[in-house]
Design a protein around this ligand. Structure first.
Ligand SMILES: Nc1nc2c(ncn2[C@@H]2O[C@H](COP(=O)(O)OP(=O)(O)OP(=O)(O)O)[C@@H](O)[C@H]2O)c(=O)[nH]1
Ligand SMILES: [Mg+2]
Length: 697
């Protein structure tokens, strides 16, 4: 395995909407560059970058993966990423580590929802971008429509570099407006092509595209602008140099053409990557924070600098164990060396460094600034950590992945697997930052949250295949709460004075509602010692314990204030125990008198679906006691915002899927607690009493 210098490296991340052809494109790039000797196909489950069981089975990318090839003596590191919404956190992590993105647009569908989403990620990371219009060989492909949607979404700084030769079944290659040549492919999947003059029927189009490009490139600098005004055009060299600058500063986004599965236009795409994507050596310093001073600092991307590297991804391999994928920003790193994990303040002993080609790892002695590598079995290191020379400390910013949007309760199929589940989930959460799991303190259920039903299902499949634990997915119990509407003034008196040593506690309390927010306040207004100081905390404890057990249906009572204002005691029989009991008796009486009600969590729900389903979806939301908050359109998708009780949403995912034929997605987050309407409350209370009885039996 060769060691590459930073000026011989290009780091790109392939991103775009689901099924745009990203994995197929990577497959063709690797094949044409001779990195692999067959053109892997998603259909056949033999691509380099979709190697996980779940990816092969579902024919969908689920995790980001790293591959590489050599083209024109440059090493191109390629990160393939998922395009389906539930897996976009992976895409975000991969883009964070790349130096440029290749945004893949489906020539039939044009720019889609997730295309825009990944574009936003690129904005966030200030990434240069090339745009590839792929699937130009498909029926109903249209270069014009694709361009139109690209310009609508991303503005006129998207500039054509390739024009397709033919379309749909006749798509045969590309006309390159920079070289002013046409490249016609043999269309047998071999990637072989012949160079020729631009065909007569495309000459005008090529000319117009070139003129537009010259105008856009002229805006890159004052010098170019002056030249352009003086002479009405730019020289070939000025055009190329200006274009490179525009790409590097992400003010110009070149548009390329391809068919990944027919292997057409891939060589020209690789040329464009090598020529237009900045090498790490040519890039500005990378920004970070000095962990000692918390001040911003930066580091030149160079092998001469002290080492600094960023762990952008972790793979939990059931056989190898933990695999950390690392981007080396500066310095060199070697196999079998101990390095400083600055984030964890721990030294980590590295075994051999490896260069991943999908799942295949090739050992390498050392790696230089700008390159990627993998290292296995680090003990403390997790995604987002920085390694650096302790004498030159720097920490790189990590990525905040979005909060999960869907939650299920999980139960093991066989009893006794509880510990296994937690261990396995801990592993999976290491590689998948978008998964969260916890035991709900209120309902005692083990909850698993992800970015969508598919995400949770994939996690369940991993649990089974990798760790041998089978679980059942259930809708989570709704964490209802209880509160009061009114006020009350009551006495709790506990007296047991039959024979020997008795028990005596007596307290008077007022209860008042507090605004929503889950709060509880205890106010001590005892003056003159009607209850001795040392027993007051016992009264509070009695109230707190009783409130946790609930009054109506066993759900915790919240949003209330207790004012302890009077009471009495017995010099011998009073005890903490007795005052605790008195406190809880008082609380129950207070609840009874203060008009108790049930509260339920209300969620902010945002649904995206093709417009034709909007009516059906809003109707369904209304029947779920939802309140519409607004409608919006995003391209051809309708965005519906509503507030809906959580209890009504636990059954939503399969309904949305069946209504929209799998084309809708939704996201929800907690908004607030609201009173449950009384006719529904009664059902919940009856249900809770029934369950309570069953548990007692
Ligand atoms: N006709 C045609 N089909 C293509 C082309 N590229 C990809 N496909 C097909 O489109 C489907 C999706 O391709 P993938 O490469 O898995 O797409 P992807 O963007 O990686 O998908 P995700 O990673 O799941 O978002 C597969 O059935 C491919 O065979 C293309 O250029 N032309
Ligand atoms: Mg893919």
């Amino acid at each position: 395995m060769r060691v590459y210098e930073s000026d011989s490296i290009r780091n790109i991340c392939i991103a775009g909407h689901g099924a745009a052809g990203k994995t197929s494109l990577v497959s063709a790039m690797l094949f044409d560059a001779g990195a692999v000797n067959r053109l892997g196909r998603v259909e056949d489950g033999n691509t380099v970058t979709d190697f996980e069981d779940e990816e092969i089975e579902r024919k969908v990318s689920i995790s980001a993966s790293l591959a590489h090839c050599e083209w024109s003596k440059k090493k191109i590191n390629i990160l393939d990423t998922p395009g389906y919404r539930p897996f976009l956190a992976e895409t975000q992590l991969a883009l964070r580590a790349a130096d440029a993105a290749l945004i893949v647009v489906d020539a039939v569908a044009g720019v889609e929802v997730q295309t825009e989403k990944v574009w936003e990620f690129c904005d966030e990371f200030s990434l240069p971008r090339l745009i590839v219009v792929n699937k130009l060989d498909r029926d109903n492909a249209s270069f014009e429509r694709s361009l139109q949607s690209i310009e609508e979404a991303f503005g006129r700084s998207a500039a054509i570099i390739h024009i397709p030769l033919g379309i749909e079944r006749d798509f045969a290659g590309v006309a390159n407006i920079l070289t002013n040549k046409a490249y016609r492919f043999t269309r047998d999947g071999s990637g072989k092509f012949q160079e020729s003059e631009i065909p007569a029927e495309l000459k005008d189009q090529v000319q117009a595209a070139r003129e537009k490009l010259v105008e856009i490139v002229a805006e890159v600098s004052d010098a170019l602008m002056e030249k352009f005004f003086a002479e009405g055009t730019l020289s070939q060299e000025e055009l190329i140099e200006g274009l490179k600058t525009g790409v590097a500063h992400h003010t110009i986004f070149p548009i390329l053409c391809s068919s990944a599965t027919q292997n057409i236009g891939i060589a020209q795409l690789l040329d464009a990557v090598v020529e237009l994507v900045p090498s790490p050596a040519s890039m500005d310093k990378v920004q970070g924070v000095n962990p000692k001073t918390q001040q911003a600092t930066d580091r030149a991307i160079s092998s001469q600098e002290p080492y600094a590297a960023y762990v952008f991804k972790t793979i939990a391999d059931p056989f190898t164990g933990r695999i950390s994928l690392v981007k080396l920003y500066s310095g060199m790193m070697k196999s079998d060396t101990t390095y400083n994990n600055q984030t964890k303040a721990k030294a980590e002993k590295f075994g051999p460094l490896q260069i991943p080609q999908g799942k295949t790892m090739v050992p390498i002695g050392e790696v230089h600034a700008g390159d990627f590598f993998a290292v296995t079995k680090l003990r403390e290191t997790t995604t987002g950590d920085t390694f650096c020379d302790p004498a030159h400390p720097i920490v790189f910013p990590s990525v905040e992945v979005p909060e999960p949007s869907i939650t299920f309760a999980i139960e093991p199929k066989s009893r006794g697997d509880e510990d296994k589940i937690s261990n396995a989930l801990a592993r999976i959460a290491e590689e998948d930052c978008a998964i969260k799991y916890n035991r709900d303190a209120q309902t005692k259920q083990l909850l698993l949250s992800g970015s969508g039903q598919l995400h949770v299902e994939v996690t369940v499949a991993k649990l089974k295949k990798r760790y041998g634990v089978e679980v059942i997915l259930k809708t989570p119990r709704v964490p209802y709460r209880e509160t009061i509407r009114g006020r009350a003034d009551v006495q709790g008196r506990y007296k047991k004075q039959t024979g020997g040593h008795g028990q005596f506690g007596d307290c008077k309390i007022k209860i008042e509602p507090l605004p929503r927010g889950g709060a509880f306040e205890f106010v001590d207004e005892i003056f003159g010692g009607s209850i001795p100081r040392n027993f007051i905390p016992a009264v509070e404890k009695g109230v707190v314990d009783a409130a946790a057990k609930g009054f109506l249906a066993g759900y915790p009572v919240v949003d209330f204030r207790i004012i302890l204002y009077d009471g009495s005691y017995h010099p011998v029989d009073s005890s903490e125990m007795a005052f605790k009991v008195a406190g809880s008796m008082a609380f129950k009486k207070a609840m009874e008198a203060a008009n108790p009600v049930l509260l339920e969590p209300i969620m902010n729900v945002e649904i995206q679906a093709p417009q034709e389903y909007a009516g059906a979806l809003t109707g369904d939301l209304t029947s779920r006691r939802g309140r519409l908050q607004g409608m919006d359109t995003k391209r051809d998708m309708q965005v519906i915002k509503a507030q809906v009780p959580m209890a009504e949403m636990v059954t939503y995912a399969p309904v949305l899927t069946s209504v929209t034929g799998g084309r809708g997605s939704y996201h929800m987050e907690f908004a607030r607690y609201d009173e449950v309407p009384s006719h529904i409350a009664q059902k919940i209370i009856d249900e809770a009493h029934k369950e309570g009885k069953q548990e007692e039996e």
